[in-house]
Design a protein around this ligand. Structure first.
Ligand SMILES: NC(=O)c1ccc[n+]([C@@H]2O[C@H](COP(=O)([O-])OP(=O)(O)OC[C@H]3O[C@@H](n4cnc5c(N)ncnc54)[C@H](O)[C@@H]3O)[C@@H](O)[C@H]2O)c1
Length: 253
């Protein structure tokens, strides 16, 4: 069976690693992303990956994603709700309301709108799965990152509800909870901390991992393989569950 897969925010980071992972395994993949340049780069590089330029928080854009999917894939077996933004770093007492709302619009309402459109297609599929990208911040409190934590916990409730509603169709729904992921984003975080602290990159990395049992950051390709397993034939009874992939982290920091 050739899987038909939608990955939101699939033009960079974990989403791109996931799109590549499925494409390499023979799937037809569609990615939706707000970054037009990154999107055309991905489509040019991979024959089996198509794309829609879209902001998942806009209903009209979400409708276009599914027009393109009907045309390019002719159906859907796997929905990877990966898109998520982090919002400002600020204590709740001073949190900017407009920024709070923007993060809710993308992380929660956007994910809901994409899923709502996907459900009729997934019901038609012989083996359908939804995987939702939560975070370490969807397992612990996260000081100064309240809206991010609130939405990442909210997605767990959304996934567990979907698992109940869609179970009768054999559709599974699970959340993934990455911790710190290897890549540019984490490098920028540590460069910022180095400037403030005067510590070396090695020292900052060691501090960044002090709450982990396994002292390494997660490769986006490993997250992609976990998603592919959950969407695969050996995971048909795994639903409504949360999967940390974070070196056994004890806190969000
Ligand atoms: N990187 C990490 O350390 C980490 C850890 C835990 C969870 N996550 C979660 O994983 C997901 C992907 O994170 P990442 O670090 O790979 O992302 P990223 O910041 O590298 O961005 C990935 C893509 O998202 C796109 N995007 C942003 N807003 C969008 C929107 N409204 N509509 C469509 N596309 C949009 C960007 O254009 C970009 O191409 C997010 O949900 C994030 O919260 C990331």
């Amino acid at each position: 069976m050739m899987q038909r897969v939608l990955v939101t925010a699939g033009a960079a980071g974990i989403g791109l690693a996931t799109a590549r992972c499925f494409a390499t395994a023979g799937a037809k993949v569609h990615v939706a992303d707000i970054d037009a340049d990154a999107l055309s780069h991905v489509a040019a590089q991979h024959e089996s990956i198509t794309g829609t330029h879209a902001d998942i928080s806009k209903p009209g854009d979400v409708a276009r994603i599914f027009e393109d999917i009907e045309r390019d894939l002719g159906g859907l077996d796997v929905l990877v709700n990966n898109a998520g933004i982090s919002g400002p770093t600020s204590p709740v007492a001073e949190f900017d309301l407009a920024a709070w709302q923007t993060v809710l619009d993308v992380n929660l309402t956007g994910t809901m709108m994409v899923t709502q459109r996907a459900i009729p297609l997934l019901i038609q599929s012989a083996q359908a799965s939804i995987v939702i990208m939560s975070s370490l911040a969807g397992r612990f409190g996260y000081a100064n990152r309240s809206v991010y934590a609130t939405t990442k916990w909210g997605l767990v409730g959304f996934a567990k509800t979907l698992a109940l509603e869609l179970g009768e169709h054999g559709i599974t729904c699970n959340t993934i909870h990455p911790g710190a992921v290897e890549g540019e984003r984490i490098r920028h975080v540590f460069e910022g901390r180095m400037k403030l602290s005067g510590r070396s990159m090695e020292e900052e990395r060691a501090l960044g991992m002090q709450n982990q049992s396994i002292k390494r950051f997660t490769d986006p390709g490993d997250i992609a393989e976990l998603i592919r397993f959950l969407a695969g034939p050996h995971a048909r009874t795994i639903s409504g569950q949360s999967f940390p992939i974070d070196g056994d982290s004890k806190a969000a920091q």
